[in-house]
Design a protein around this ligand. Structure first.
Ligand SMILES: NC(=O)c1ccc[n+]([C@@H]2O[C@H](COP(=O)([O-])OP(=O)(O)OC[C@H]3O[C@@H](n4cnc5c(N)ncnc54)[C@H](OP(=O)(O)O)[C@@H]3O)[C@@H](O)[C@H]2O)c1
Length: 181
């Protein structure tokens, strides 16, 4: 398959599309044929050499993706070949295919294109795990979001309102406040 390879630490010019080995699906994993991926700040830090991927993870950048399930490991029952999914990755999104533990795979939300879905898992998992799982924000409570117009902020506003939470934000300009509203 083709993948975007970080040939040495540096600027965008060190990225090269190269022919690399196909990933092999493990028993608890899903192999996704990637339709779209996203750019996170951590990808640029990895490219610069200051944020290496965790041990055992793909060496290629790309922390989230959307695509179609191409094969599943023998222990995987939740997903079947042909499902349209998005996934939170430890790396490897900048490639034609990636393997990922089945628990990190999500359905493409209804009404969302495959391209939009590629930018969903990182922000959704970050906000959901910190605000709702750890902090247990609940309907009827009040929530103050600093930097409301940020990537994290805009997602947090929408999901908190959906959950029946009263939302306040701070932001660095009137234009950003209007955007949040
Ligand atoms: N996006 C993700 O999926 C993701 C996942 C995991 C972790 N994170 C982490 O979450 C944080 C936010 O990420 P992001 O993607 O939402 O970033 P972002 O879209 O670049 O937004 C950063 C925001 O920070 C605000 N800001 C900057 N300096 C500030 C200050 N001194 N006081 C208050 N606000 C300040 C800015 O808002 P104003 O201009 O209005 O001040 C800006 O909107 C980062 O630390 C990032 O590493 C993000």
């Amino acid at each position: 398959m083709k993948a975007v390879v970080i040939t040495s630490p540096g600027g965008p010019e060190v990225l090269q599309v190269q022919e690399v080995e196909n990933p092999r699906v493990g028993d608890d994993e899903v192999l996704i044929k990637i339709g779209a991926t996203a750019l996170n700040r951590a990808d640029t830090l990895q490219r610069k050499g200051s944020s290496p991927p965790p041990e055992g993870a793909s060496p290629y950048p790309g922390l989230e993706c959307a695509g179609t399930v191409e094969s599943v490991g023998k222990n995987v029952t939740r997903w079947t070949v042909g499902d349209e999914v998005c996934a939170l990755l430890s790396g490897g999104g900048y490639a034609e295919k990636v393997t990922v533990p089945a628990g990190q795979v999500l359905p493409v939300p209804q009404g969302i294109s495959l391209i939009e879905a590629a930018s969903f898992p990182e922000v959704a998992c970050t906000v959901w795990s910190t605000v709702f799982m750890m902090s247990r924000l609940s309907a009827g409570e009040t929530f103050l979001i600093h930097g409301g117009s940020s990537g994290i902020g805009t997602f947090a506003i929408q999901i908190a309102k959906h959950q029946g939470v009263r939302v306040f934000v701070t932001a660095g300009s009137q234009e950003k406040l209007t955007f949040c509203k």
